[in-house]
Design a protein around this ligand. Structure first.
Ligand code: UD2
Ligand code: MN
Length: 437
Protein backbone atom coordinates (compact mmCIF):
# COMPACT_ATOMS: atom_id res chain seq x y z
CA UNK A 1 0.00 0.00 0.00
CA UNK A 2 1.20 3.50 -0.76
CA UNK A 3 1.63 5.90 2.11
CA UNK A 4 0.48 9.36 1.03
CA UNK A 5 0.97 11.20 4.29
CA UNK A 6 3.77 10.33 6.70
CA UNK A 7 2.33 12.21 9.61
CA UNK A 8 -1.13 10.75 9.38
CA UNK A 9 -0.42 7.38 7.78
CA UNK A 10 -2.94 7.82 4.98
CA UNK A 11 -3.10 4.83 2.69
CA UNK A 12 -6.25 4.57 0.69
CA UNK A 13 -9.94 5.35 0.42
CA UNK A 14 -12.74 2.79 0.42
CA UNK A 15 -15.78 3.29 -1.74
CA UNK A 16 -18.83 3.27 0.56
CA UNK A 17 -20.60 6.61 0.88
CA UNK A 18 -22.60 7.40 4.00
CA UNK A 19 -25.79 9.37 4.22
CA UNK A 20 -26.90 11.15 7.40
CA UNK A 21 -29.01 8.71 9.40
CA UNK A 22 -31.63 11.07 10.73
CA UNK A 23 -32.74 14.65 10.89
CA UNK A 24 -33.45 16.69 14.02
CA UNK A 25 -35.60 19.36 12.36
CA UNK A 26 -33.52 22.17 13.89
CA UNK A 27 -34.58 25.75 14.45
CA UNK A 28 -30.95 26.74 14.04
CA UNK A 29 -30.27 29.19 11.21
CA UNK A 30 -27.23 27.59 9.70
CA UNK A 31 -26.96 29.91 6.74
CA UNK A 32 -26.89 33.00 8.92
CA UNK A 33 -24.33 31.38 11.24
CA UNK A 34 -21.94 30.59 8.41
CA UNK A 35 -22.45 33.55 6.11
CA UNK A 36 -21.37 36.19 8.63
CA UNK A 37 -17.89 34.66 8.78
CA UNK A 38 -17.12 33.89 5.14
CA UNK A 39 -13.77 34.92 3.68
CA UNK A 40 -13.48 38.29 2.06
CA UNK A 41 -12.60 38.46 -1.63
CA UNK A 42 -8.84 38.08 -2.09
CA UNK A 43 -8.20 37.01 1.53
CA UNK A 44 -5.65 34.22 2.02
CA UNK A 45 -7.81 31.18 2.83
CA UNK A 46 -5.06 29.68 5.06
CA UNK A 47 -4.33 32.76 7.11
CA UNK A 48 -6.76 32.44 9.99
CA UNK A 49 -6.96 28.70 10.52
CA UNK A 50 -3.90 27.15 8.82
CA UNK A 51 -6.21 25.16 6.58
CA UNK A 52 -8.07 26.13 3.44
CA UNK A 53 -11.11 27.83 4.85
CA UNK A 54 -12.53 28.47 1.40
CA UNK A 55 -12.78 24.73 0.74
CA UNK A 56 -14.29 24.08 4.15
CA UNK A 57 -16.88 26.83 3.76
CA UNK A 58 -17.95 25.38 0.40
CA UNK A 59 -18.82 21.99 1.87
CA UNK A 60 -22.19 21.09 3.33
CA UNK A 61 -22.32 20.66 7.09
CA UNK A 62 -24.02 17.33 6.38
CA UNK A 63 -21.65 16.12 3.71
CA UNK A 64 -21.43 12.37 3.29
CA UNK A 65 -18.03 10.80 3.93
CA UNK A 66 -16.63 7.41 3.09
CA UNK A 67 -16.97 4.57 5.53
CA UNK A 68 -13.29 3.81 5.95
CA UNK A 69 -13.58 0.86 8.35
CA UNK A 70 -12.46 -2.63 7.57
CA UNK A 71 -15.45 -4.41 6.04
CA UNK A 72 -15.53 -6.88 8.94
CA UNK A 73 -16.39 -4.04 11.32
CA UNK A 74 -19.82 -3.73 9.73
CA UNK A 75 -20.88 -7.11 11.10
CA UNK A 76 -19.65 -6.54 14.67
CA UNK A 77 -22.57 -6.21 17.12
CA UNK A 78 -22.47 -4.01 20.22
CA UNK A 79 -24.48 -4.16 23.45
CA UNK A 80 -27.91 -2.59 22.99
CA UNK A 81 -27.58 -0.82 26.35
CA UNK A 82 -24.30 1.03 25.94
CA UNK A 83 -23.91 3.99 28.32
CA UNK A 84 -24.48 7.55 27.09
CA UNK A 85 -21.57 9.97 26.92
CA UNK A 86 -20.93 13.69 27.35
CA UNK A 87 -18.92 15.05 24.44
CA UNK A 88 -16.41 17.77 25.19
CA UNK A 89 -15.11 19.96 22.39
CA UNK A 90 -12.83 22.84 23.31
CA UNK A 91 -11.93 25.47 20.74
CA UNK A 92 -10.14 28.75 20.29
CA UNK A 93 -11.11 30.74 17.19
CA UNK A 94 -12.17 27.69 15.20
CA UNK A 95 -13.63 28.27 11.72
CA UNK A 96 -17.40 28.19 11.97
CA UNK A 97 -17.80 25.74 9.09
CA UNK A 98 -15.46 23.13 10.66
CA UNK A 99 -16.90 23.57 14.15
CA UNK A 100 -20.45 23.15 12.86
CA UNK A 101 -19.49 20.13 10.79
CA UNK A 102 -17.90 18.54 13.87
CA UNK A 103 -21.13 18.95 15.83
CA UNK A 104 -23.44 17.90 13.02
CA UNK A 105 -21.42 14.83 12.11
CA UNK A 106 -21.80 13.71 15.73
CA UNK A 107 -25.55 14.23 15.68
CA UNK A 108 -25.95 12.64 12.27
CA UNK A 109 -23.87 9.55 12.93
CA UNK A 110 -24.56 8.69 16.55
CA UNK A 111 -27.67 7.07 18.01
CA UNK A 112 -29.35 9.90 19.99
CA UNK A 113 -29.59 7.76 23.13
CA UNK A 114 -25.78 7.63 23.34
CA UNK A 115 -25.33 11.40 23.42
CA UNK A 116 -26.07 12.94 26.76
CA UNK A 117 -24.88 16.37 25.66
CA UNK A 118 -22.31 18.15 23.55
CA UNK A 119 -20.33 20.57 25.69
CA UNK A 120 -18.53 23.24 23.71
CA UNK A 121 -15.86 25.04 25.68
CA UNK A 122 -15.08 28.33 23.99
CA UNK A 123 -11.55 29.14 25.08
CA UNK A 124 -12.01 32.90 24.88
CA UNK A 125 -12.42 33.12 21.10
CA UNK A 126 -12.70 36.63 19.67
CA UNK A 127 -16.38 36.20 18.90
CA UNK A 128 -18.51 34.71 21.71
CA UNK A 129 -21.26 34.00 19.20
CA UNK A 130 -19.17 31.26 17.51
CA UNK A 131 -20.22 29.13 20.46
CA UNK A 132 -23.39 30.76 21.75
CA UNK A 133 -25.34 30.52 18.49
CA UNK A 134 -24.77 26.77 18.35
CA UNK A 135 -26.78 26.21 21.53
CA UNK A 136 -29.89 26.36 19.32
CA UNK A 137 -28.89 22.89 18.16
CA UNK A 138 -30.33 20.10 20.30
CA UNK A 139 -28.04 18.79 23.07
CA UNK A 140 -25.45 21.54 22.54
CA UNK A 141 -24.24 23.51 25.56
CA UNK A 142 -21.71 26.32 25.56
CA UNK A 143 -19.24 27.35 28.25
CA UNK A 144 -17.06 30.35 27.62
CA UNK A 145 -13.80 31.04 29.39
CA UNK A 146 -13.36 34.59 30.60
CA UNK A 147 -9.69 34.44 29.62
CA UNK A 148 -7.57 32.19 27.47
CA UNK A 149 -6.88 28.97 29.36
CA UNK A 150 -5.57 26.56 26.76
CA UNK A 151 -7.02 23.23 25.83
CA UNK A 152 -6.02 21.42 29.04
CA UNK A 153 -7.84 23.59 31.58
CA UNK A 154 -10.71 24.00 29.09
CA UNK A 155 -11.19 20.24 28.88
CA UNK A 156 -11.17 19.94 32.65
CA UNK A 157 -13.80 22.65 32.85
CA UNK A 158 -15.96 20.74 30.37
CA UNK A 159 -15.44 17.47 32.21
CA UNK A 160 -16.45 19.05 35.52
CA UNK A 161 -19.91 19.99 34.27
CA UNK A 162 -20.47 16.80 32.27
CA UNK A 163 -23.46 14.81 33.48
CA UNK A 164 -22.86 11.45 31.78
CA UNK A 165 -20.69 8.68 33.24
CA UNK A 166 -18.48 8.55 30.18
CA UNK A 167 -16.50 11.42 28.66
CA UNK A 168 -15.66 11.73 24.97
CA UNK A 169 -13.18 14.36 23.85
CA UNK A 170 -13.01 15.69 20.29
CA UNK A 171 -11.08 18.45 18.53
CA UNK A 172 -13.14 21.22 16.94
CA UNK A 173 -12.34 20.26 13.32
CA UNK A 174 -13.40 16.63 13.12
CA UNK A 175 -15.98 14.54 11.29
CA UNK A 176 -17.02 11.32 12.94
CA UNK A 177 -17.65 8.30 10.77
CA UNK A 178 -20.24 5.55 10.72
CA UNK A 179 -20.76 3.77 14.08
CA UNK A 180 -17.76 5.60 15.47
CA UNK A 181 -18.90 5.69 19.07
CA UNK A 182 -20.31 2.23 19.75
CA UNK A 183 -17.05 0.25 19.52
CA UNK A 184 -15.30 2.66 21.88
CA UNK A 185 -18.15 2.70 24.40
CA UNK A 186 -18.23 -1.09 24.29
CA UNK A 187 -14.55 -1.34 25.28
CA UNK A 188 -14.95 1.13 28.14
CA UNK A 189 -18.15 -0.50 29.33
CA UNK A 190 -16.37 -3.87 29.54
CA UNK A 191 -13.47 -2.41 31.50
CA UNK A 192 -13.65 1.14 32.87
CA UNK A 193 -9.85 1.39 33.13
CA UNK A 194 -9.48 1.33 29.35
CA UNK A 195 -8.95 4.66 27.66
CA UNK A 196 -9.73 4.33 23.99
CA UNK A 197 -9.14 6.24 20.78
CA UNK A 198 -10.41 5.75 17.24
CA UNK A 199 -8.25 5.49 14.16
CA UNK A 200 -7.85 9.12 13.23
CA UNK A 201 -8.55 9.58 9.53
CA UNK A 202 -7.27 12.59 7.68
CA UNK A 203 -9.28 15.49 6.39
CA UNK A 204 -7.01 17.24 3.90
CA UNK A 205 -6.12 20.75 5.02
CA UNK A 206 -6.01 21.79 1.36
CA UNK A 207 -9.14 20.37 -0.21
CA UNK A 208 -10.96 18.76 2.72
CA UNK A 209 -10.99 15.31 1.10
CA UNK A 210 -11.69 12.62 3.70
CA UNK A 211 -8.84 10.09 3.56
CA UNK A 212 -8.51 6.76 5.36
CA UNK A 213 -5.55 6.41 7.71
CA UNK A 214 -3.60 3.18 8.02
CA UNK A 215 -5.01 0.67 10.49
CA UNK A 216 -1.49 -0.56 11.36
CA UNK A 217 -0.33 2.44 13.35
CA UNK A 218 -0.11 3.27 17.02
CA UNK A 219 1.13 6.24 19.01
CA UNK A 220 4.81 6.51 19.87
CA UNK A 221 7.37 9.14 20.82
CA UNK A 222 11.06 9.85 21.11
CA UNK A 223 13.03 10.95 24.18
CA UNK A 224 12.38 14.62 23.44
CA UNK A 225 8.69 13.84 23.94
CA UNK A 226 7.84 14.38 20.33
CA UNK A 227 4.74 12.40 19.28
CA UNK A 228 4.86 10.21 16.17
CA UNK A 229 2.72 7.58 14.53
CA UNK A 230 4.59 4.31 14.22
CA UNK A 231 4.00 0.85 12.81
CA UNK A 232 2.66 -1.77 15.21
CA UNK A 233 5.62 -4.04 16.10
CA UNK A 234 5.93 -6.87 13.62
CA UNK A 235 5.25 -9.68 16.13
CA UNK A 236 1.99 -8.01 17.15
CA UNK A 237 1.06 -7.45 13.54
CA UNK A 238 1.68 -11.10 12.69
CA UNK A 239 -0.40 -12.32 15.60
CA UNK A 240 -3.37 -10.11 14.71
CA UNK A 241 -5.83 -12.38 12.98
CA UNK A 242 -8.88 -10.24 13.68
CA UNK A 243 -8.78 -6.73 12.14
CA UNK A 244 -11.56 -5.57 14.47
CA UNK A 245 -9.42 -6.23 17.56
CA UNK A 246 -8.10 -3.27 19.57
CA UNK A 247 -4.48 -2.19 19.31
CA UNK A 248 -2.54 -1.42 22.50
CA UNK A 249 -0.81 1.90 22.19
CA UNK A 250 1.97 3.41 24.35
CA UNK A 251 0.48 6.90 23.95
CA UNK A 252 -2.53 8.50 22.35
CA UNK A 253 -2.41 11.44 19.95
CA UNK A 254 -4.43 13.32 22.54
CA UNK A 255 -7.44 14.93 20.93
CA UNK A 256 -9.97 12.17 20.43
CA UNK A 257 -10.64 9.63 23.14
CA UNK A 258 -13.26 8.09 25.41
CA UNK A 259 -12.72 7.64 29.14
CA UNK A 260 -14.90 6.68 32.07
CA UNK A 261 -15.56 9.85 34.07
CA UNK A 262 -14.89 8.34 37.51
CA UNK A 263 -11.64 6.86 36.19
CA UNK A 264 -10.66 10.24 34.73
CA UNK A 265 -11.36 11.87 38.11
CA UNK A 266 -9.68 9.09 40.08
CA UNK A 267 -6.51 9.43 38.01
CA UNK A 268 -6.36 13.20 38.55
CA UNK A 269 -8.05 14.58 35.41
CA UNK A 270 -5.26 16.57 33.74
CA UNK A 271 -2.33 18.56 35.05
CA UNK A 272 -4.07 21.94 35.02
CA UNK A 273 -0.80 23.82 35.34
CA UNK A 274 -0.09 22.91 31.73
CA UNK A 275 -0.81 25.77 29.35
CA UNK A 276 -2.37 26.23 25.91
CA UNK A 277 -1.33 23.14 23.93
CA UNK A 278 1.03 20.17 24.00
CA UNK A 279 2.39 17.49 26.28
CA UNK A 280 -0.85 16.62 28.03
CA UNK A 281 -1.22 13.51 25.88
CA UNK A 282 2.04 12.06 27.25
CA UNK A 283 1.15 12.97 30.81
CA UNK A 284 -2.26 11.32 30.51
CA UNK A 285 -0.87 8.29 28.69
CA UNK A 286 1.92 7.60 31.23
CA UNK A 287 -0.56 8.11 34.05
CA UNK A 288 -3.13 5.73 32.61
CA UNK A 289 -0.62 2.94 32.00
CA UNK A 290 1.44 3.38 35.14
CA UNK A 291 -1.57 3.72 37.45
CA UNK A 292 -3.37 0.56 36.42
CA UNK A 293 -5.22 1.30 33.19
CA UNK A 294 -4.55 0.76 29.51
CA UNK A 295 -4.69 2.69 26.25
CA UNK A 296 -5.90 1.32 22.99
CA UNK A 297 -6.90 2.24 19.46
CA UNK A 298 -10.23 0.74 18.42
CA UNK A 299 -9.95 0.11 14.69
CA UNK A 300 -13.70 -0.11 14.03
CA UNK A 301 -14.03 3.48 15.17
CA UNK A 302 -12.99 6.13 12.67
CA UNK A 303 -12.93 9.87 13.15
CA UNK A 304 -11.58 12.35 10.61
CA UNK A 305 -9.45 15.28 11.74
CA UNK A 306 -7.81 18.21 9.94
CA UNK A 307 -4.09 17.85 10.71
CA UNK A 308 -2.28 21.14 10.33
CA UNK A 309 1.34 22.11 9.76
CA UNK A 310 1.35 25.12 12.05
CA UNK A 311 -0.63 26.51 14.96
CA UNK A 312 -3.15 29.07 13.79
CA UNK A 313 -3.35 30.72 17.21
CA UNK A 314 -0.92 32.56 19.45
CA UNK A 315 0.80 31.22 22.56
CA UNK A 316 0.99 33.99 25.18
CA UNK A 317 4.34 32.59 26.49
CA UNK A 318 5.55 31.47 23.06
CA UNK A 319 5.11 28.09 21.43
CA UNK A 320 8.53 26.64 22.34
CA UNK A 321 8.49 27.66 26.01
CA UNK A 322 4.96 26.34 26.46
CA UNK A 323 5.84 22.97 24.98
CA UNK A 324 8.91 22.82 27.19
CA UNK A 325 6.93 23.69 30.30
CA UNK A 326 4.29 21.05 29.60
CA UNK A 327 6.69 18.25 28.63
CA UNK A 328 9.08 19.12 31.44
CA UNK A 329 6.24 18.77 33.96
CA UNK A 330 5.50 15.39 32.41
CA UNK A 331 9.12 14.26 32.61
CA UNK A 332 9.58 15.50 36.19
CA UNK A 333 6.49 13.74 37.48
CA UNK A 334 6.47 10.50 35.51
CA UNK A 335 9.84 9.63 34.02
CA UNK A 336 11.88 8.94 37.17
CA UNK A 337 15.61 8.61 36.45
CA UNK A 338 14.81 8.36 32.73
CA UNK A 339 14.09 12.07 32.65
CA UNK A 340 17.82 12.52 32.01
CA UNK A 341 17.24 11.23 28.47
CA UNK A 342 14.49 13.80 27.99
CA UNK A 343 16.95 16.55 28.98
CA UNK A 344 19.64 15.11 26.74
CA UNK A 345 17.25 15.05 23.80
CA UNK A 346 15.81 18.48 24.61
CA UNK A 347 18.67 20.44 26.20
CA UNK A 348 16.73 23.68 25.81
CA UNK A 349 14.48 22.43 28.64
CA UNK A 350 17.36 22.52 31.14
CA UNK A 351 16.92 25.36 33.59
CA UNK A 352 13.56 26.48 32.24
CA UNK A 353 10.85 27.18 34.79
CA UNK A 354 7.94 24.77 34.97
CA UNK A 355 6.12 25.66 38.18
CA UNK A 356 5.66 23.27 41.07
CA UNK A 357 4.88 19.63 40.43
CA UNK A 358 4.51 18.76 44.13
CA UNK A 359 0.76 18.12 43.89
CA UNK A 360 1.12 15.86 40.88
CA UNK A 361 3.96 13.91 42.49
CA UNK A 362 1.80 13.46 45.58
CA UNK A 363 -1.09 12.30 43.42
CA UNK A 364 1.18 9.72 41.81
CA UNK A 365 2.31 8.51 45.22
CA UNK A 366 -1.26 8.21 46.52
CA UNK A 367 -2.32 6.25 43.46
CA UNK A 368 0.62 3.93 44.03
CA UNK A 369 1.56 4.03 40.37
CA UNK A 370 4.26 1.87 38.82
CA UNK A 371 7.67 3.13 37.74
CA UNK A 372 8.67 4.47 34.36
CA UNK A 373 10.99 1.52 34.08
CA UNK A 374 7.94 -0.74 34.35
CA UNK A 375 6.28 1.29 31.58
CA UNK A 376 9.32 0.90 29.35
CA UNK A 377 9.60 -2.82 29.96
CA UNK A 378 5.94 -3.67 29.69
CA UNK A 379 4.33 -1.08 27.48
CA UNK A 380 7.00 0.44 25.26
CA UNK A 381 10.05 -1.84 25.05
CA UNK A 382 10.60 -0.54 21.51
CA UNK A 383 11.71 2.81 22.93
CA UNK A 384 15.40 2.15 23.21
CA UNK A 385 17.27 3.66 26.10
CA UNK A 386 20.34 5.50 24.82
CA UNK A 387 23.38 3.40 25.61
CA UNK A 388 26.28 5.42 26.83
CA UNK A 389 28.63 5.94 29.69
CA UNK A 390 27.45 8.87 31.77
CA UNK A 391 29.69 8.76 34.81
CA UNK A 392 33.28 7.48 34.47
CA UNK A 393 33.30 3.89 35.67
CA UNK A 394 29.54 3.42 35.28
CA UNK A 395 27.79 2.12 32.21
CA UNK A 396 24.14 2.88 32.43
CA UNK A 397 21.24 1.31 30.64
CA UNK A 398 17.93 2.63 31.84
CA UNK A 399 17.74 2.23 35.60
CA UNK A 400 20.48 -0.41 35.60
CA UNK A 401 24.18 0.25 35.84
CA UNK A 402 27.25 -1.77 35.24
CA UNK A 403 29.47 -0.31 37.95
CA UNK A 404 32.88 -1.00 39.36
CA UNK A 405 32.60 -1.30 43.12
CA UNK A 406 35.69 -3.00 44.53
CA UNK A 407 39.06 -4.57 43.85
CA UNK A 408 39.63 -8.20 44.69
CA UNK A 409 42.83 -9.60 46.25
CA UNK A 410 44.50 -9.96 42.84
CA UNK A 411 43.91 -6.30 42.03
CA UNK A 412 41.18 -7.06 39.46
CA UNK A 413 38.18 -4.76 39.48
CA UNK A 414 34.87 -6.28 40.46
CA UNK A 415 31.93 -4.84 38.64
CA UNK A 416 28.25 -5.56 38.91
CA UNK A 417 25.02 -5.01 37.10
CA UNK A 418 22.07 -3.76 39.11
CA UNK A 419 20.23 -0.68 40.28
CA UNK A 420 22.35 2.41 39.73
CA UNK A 421 24.19 3.34 42.90
CA UNK A 422 27.01 5.51 41.71
CA UNK A 423 29.04 4.42 44.76
CA UNK A 424 31.44 1.65 45.60
CA UNK A 425 29.78 0.90 48.90
CA UNK A 426 26.62 -0.70 47.62
CA UNK A 427 27.33 -3.98 45.86
CA UNK A 428 25.02 -4.38 42.88
CA UNK A 429 22.98 -7.54 42.45
CA UNK A 430 25.10 -9.45 39.96
CA UNK A 431 28.87 -9.41 40.01
CA UNK A 432 31.20 -9.80 37.10
CA UNK A 433 34.96 -9.70 37.24
CA UNK A 434 36.93 -7.25 35.10
CA UNK A 435 40.65 -7.62 34.79
CA UNK A 436 42.24 -4.33 35.73
CA UNK A 437 44.36 -2.70 33.07
C1 UD2 B 1 -2.94 17.20 18.87
C2 UD2 B 1 -4.32 16.73 19.38
C3 UD2 B 1 -4.85 17.77 20.32
C4 UD2 B 1 -3.94 17.91 21.53
C5 UD2 B 1 -2.54 18.24 21.02
C6 UD2 B 1 -1.50 18.27 22.10
C7 UD2 B 1 -5.48 15.13 17.93
C8 UD2 B 1 -6.35 14.94 16.77
N1 UD2 B 1 -5.20 16.44 18.26
O1 UD2 B 1 -2.84 18.46 18.28
O2 UD2 B 1 -6.16 17.47 20.78
O3 UD2 B 1 -3.96 16.75 22.31
O4 UD2 B 1 -2.09 17.31 20.06
O5 UD2 B 1 -1.82 19.20 23.05
O6 UD2 B 1 -5.06 14.18 18.54
N2 UD2 B 1 -7.54 24.74 21.67
C9 UD2 B 1 -8.09 25.44 22.71
N3 UD2 B 1 -7.35 26.39 23.33
C10 UD2 B 1 -6.08 26.67 22.95
C11 UD2 B 1 -5.48 25.92 21.92
C12 UD2 B 1 -6.25 24.94 21.29
O7 UD2 B 1 -9.24 25.20 23.09
O8 UD2 B 1 -5.46 27.56 23.53
C13 UD2 B 1 -8.35 23.70 20.99
C14 UD2 B 1 -8.33 23.77 19.48
O9 UD2 B 1 -9.29 24.67 18.99
C15 UD2 B 1 -8.61 22.32 19.12
C16 UD2 B 1 -7.95 21.55 20.25
O10 UD2 B 1 -7.78 22.46 21.31
O11 UD2 B 1 -9.99 22.03 19.10
C17 UD2 B 1 -6.60 20.96 19.85
O12 UD2 B 1 -5.78 21.93 19.25
P1 UD2 B 1 -5.15 21.71 17.79
O13 UD2 B 1 -6.19 21.21 16.87
O14 UD2 B 1 -4.44 22.94 17.42
O15 UD2 B 1 -4.14 20.55 18.13
P2 UD2 B 1 -3.57 19.35 17.15
O16 UD2 B 1 -4.68 18.66 16.50
O17 UD2 B 1 -2.50 19.93 16.33
MN1 MN C 1 -6.64 19.40 15.94
Amino acid sequence: MVCECWRCGVERDSPVVLAPVWDWGWAFDEKAYLSSKLLKAGEDPYRQHAFNQLESDKLSSDRPIRDTRHYRCTSVRYDPDLPATSLIITFHNEARSTLLRTVKSVLNRTPPSLIQEIILVDDFSSDPEDCQLLTKIPKVKCLRNTRREGLIRSRVRGAEVATADILTFLDSHCEVNSEWLQPMLQRVKEDYTRVVSPIIDVISLDNFAYLAASADLRGGFDWSLHFKWEQIPIEQKMSRTDPTQSIRTPVIAGGIFVIDKSWFNHLGKYDTQMDIWGGENFELSFRVWMCGGSLEIVPCSRVGHVFRKRHPYDFPEGNALTYIKNTKRTAEVWMDEYKQYYYEARPSAIGKSFGSVAERVEQRRKLNCKSFQWYLENVYPELKVPEKELIPGIIRQGGNCLESWAQDTTGSMLAGMGNCKGTVNNPPVTQVRWASA
